[in-house]
Design a protein around this ligand. Sequence first.
Ligand code: F6R
Length: 604
Amino acid sequence: MCGIVGYVGKKQATPIILDALKRLEYRGYDSAGLAVLANGGIEVHKTEGKISDLEATLPDIKGLYGIGHTRWATQGAPNTINAHPHVSGNIAVVHNGIIENYQELYDELKGDGYEFVSETDTEVLAHLAHKYYKGNLVAAVIEGLKRVKGTYAAAFLCGDLNQVVAARKDSPLVAGIGNGENFIASDVTAFLKYTRNVVYMHDFELVSLSSKKIEFFDFDGNPIEESIESIEWNIEAAEKSGYPHFMLKEIHEQATSVHDTMLGRISELTGDVVLGEVKLSKEEIRKLERVVIIACGTSYNAGLLGKYLFEGLAGIHTDVDISSEFRYSNPVLGDSTLVISISQSGETADTIAATKEAKTYGCRTLAVTNVVGTTLSREVENIVYTRAGPEIGVAATKTFTSQLITLYLLAVHFARIRKKMDVDMSKRLLVSLKQLPGMIQQILNNRESIRKQAVRFSTARDYFFLGRSLNYPIALEGALKLKEISYIHAEGYAAGELKHGPLALISKDTPVVALATRASTYDKMLNNIKEVKARGAPVLAIAGMDDTEIGKYVDAVIRVPVTVELLYPVLSSVVVQLLAYYTADALGCPIDKPRNLAKSVTVE
Ligand code: F6R
């Protein structure tokens, strides 16, 4: 996730900005840069790679005002030109977020005569501020940002003024109030060394920093009063925004990450999905006879849901294969097959090798990945980024739900083009998709009841997760999450398959998590619940808030908000993640770094 910082004060800005950027390194980044007010103008330096690379090339810049950035690429490759700051005339900007109406603004600014040098969406922010600047940076930034749809935490520096201006919408921004110096940053870790007095800014708020004063404004330019908080956390806790583990932080980020995955990709007006990244023509999409999804681990579980979606919505025969198996399976593929490789890291050796293998059959290729510029992205014709932001905990959480959202979007996109879904249905589905972030937040608000259930069963040695149809992949994912971080043996099973063997293992000592949200298979799921109850198993159901029946058959129910059948898997995912997390926490496991596992598996 990009990190932004800004400094104004009496000290040299460059070393403070570099130090603050280093504090944000843990967020992940691929390039870095800074702009400092010096020599009667702004000096900009940036580079692909590490902050230490930037530091190594910097001249001795004398200046007391500056902004800095670590970039996590979302639009445009991770290289020096795309690194921030971006400049227009004497105004420089650093930005964290996504500009949804980039194309419209780009066309307008091009028409005005502005030259674009990078592939980033951020460059429009620099040109907009320049376009509206008439000696007052606050007014120019407000006027520019009012034109922007999307998300941003952005900081601006102008060569004429001893001032830094920053504003936010849907991306974090915090101001730090020091003694004769003031700061802004994406999170407090950046400047905790210098001050513990902070203001957490809200959407559509703007801050103007000079060494003598710090002022806050709304987007009408009216001054606003902010409350100053004192931070008690140490640096390590601050990196996790106060959460005890990155995994819990990342689970909590899902209301935002799921929103970011959808941002600018849904047209409620036409009921269409807008995926400009998919270069396949409409004709090619219509002619597809088969989709083959290849992935490993959690990404494979996402792929299993993809099969239901591509077949159920877009009418395309779909197979899902584990990457390491696919390679050696003599697959039958041709040019009417689309191979979709799913990998959050984009560096998983098995998935890269399987993708290379698929290409030798002449099929079309598409990657669903979270990291820009990775090895996988260089192997495929089409890339759809999940935009979940960097994930630090080894167990995939927010990247999984963003993969699911991406698969919904792709399936609707294909379904509309293949005329398998009418506009009313797609509008209904897209509206429901857009409600998911709020619903995820409701589940997160209910985390204490999930924690209680996790603690209650945390002494179990074996666990079962049961689901049918769309819930089956989430049963697999729930079991995978639990075993990898709590070391409890867990099986994910298609509920109807239980009686074909594993029922022999069910006893009072095997808690069963039943994914029982409303679905066409709901009654059959109730029968499966009765089967395991009859063998003495304690059953914990995940069900909708409207389900008045389920409580009669199970020991406890974790409720999720009511949505359409197709979308419950996203909500149930958050519940199984929290269950796994709190179980591992109760057992004192090293949650962010489970034994024997790595975040990116670059060996076969
Ligand atoms: C589980 C987990 C792994 C990964 C798998 C594939 O929590 O994170 O199972 O899903 O190693 O990784 P990517 O998606 O990076 O290809």
